[in-house]
Design a protein. Sequence first.
Length: 445
Amino acid sequence: MLKQFQSFLDKEQLFSLDDRILLAVSGGLDSMAMVYLFQQAGFEFGIAHCNFQLRGLDSDGDESFVAEQAQKLNIPFHSIRFDTNKEAQLQKTSTQIVARTLRYQWFEELRLAHGYTHIATAHHLNDSLETVLLNLTKGCGIKGLHGIPIQQAPIIRPLLFATRAAIQQFIQDQNIPYREDASNQSTKYQRNLIRHEVVPHLKTINPSLESTFGKTLDHLRETEMLFNEMIEQYRNKITKYAAGHFCIEKQTLHNHPAKHTLLYELLLPYGFNGAQISQLFKSYEQIGTMFSSVDYHLLVDRDFLLVKSRNKKKENFKLVKENSSIKNLNDQEFKFTYCNKTTYPLNQPSNTALLDYEQLEFPLTIRYWQEGDRFQPLGMNGRSKKLQDFFSDLKLNRFEKEEVMIVESNGRICWVVGYRIDERFKLTKKTNKVVRIDFRGLDKF
């Protein structure tokens, strides 16, 4: 077992001899085998134990046992107690999810505080097999078939080469003490049901199930690498970032034979699920349809699917006093320049406005547009227009509209920033002084 352990570490290059490893130790068979393998291999390590106080005296007994073993082996020991049930009630989630979150947060705090380079857990090959079967039962993509990852920096799983039977044999041969958790036998937990009832039936078909599965995992991990490379190629081909949004080209995506899987992978970092992907394709031509995840909105536009953060807090307005220079609003800059009238080209870039100083009343207000706003667009001979109608004429999408700001003088819109100035503030033959406003912000689509 020790040779296989060392061979696996060399093959996967999980850590070096100079590293200090923090072992997550429950006191059970698997984690105690890991402790003794690290001790026999001569690695520098410490032991961390979580008491979740879910099993009464048994939980306290586990903590005492692990502490005694650490003292016996002269290994640094860290422990903590969590009121897991109380925390689960506060978060309104399961004790299993809460326990996982609490322990990994604490492990990371320990790692940083005590100079450990990695956190090692005692997951083995059968755990990975059970994970894949559970994922298949519930439904999954290729990422659900790779089993438990060998490494997720800084977390490593140095026992993933070993079967449960091999670990049991090692424990028996080495006479290694451990604690048995009675809950591991209960089939009310889904994983235990697979372990005690499903896997034994599968082994009647293939007695070498774990060995075969290990080889299959290697193939699936390599297949996933190829899959990820292809996804990245398409990400570079059909996506871009513009105006602070993630944009996916609709036409190329729609023509792809695996468009559902491709879109799912492209949107995975943004928290959208498979059901939303299916519904999205049914709404593919319904411009303006929007979907939401926890942190993002997705808008179906004419040529693109647009993804935008929904948690961005915005400052609503800024006041600009007379003769001020630069004003910053949500990382978008306005530079004000005051000068005597001179000859200016008629066609200014869209991010520049030239206004008649004498028509302005300070302080000016820079703000986001609101429902009901009206102005007199330059070139319309003084006729007023609702901004909503103005945007519709320009065919702005919902996300673009949300980013539009205006410069306002005593309740009158001077400039719809980036689009049009107001007729009332244009330069004329009577203009003596000019206010030039240069805007630098999010690029338009």
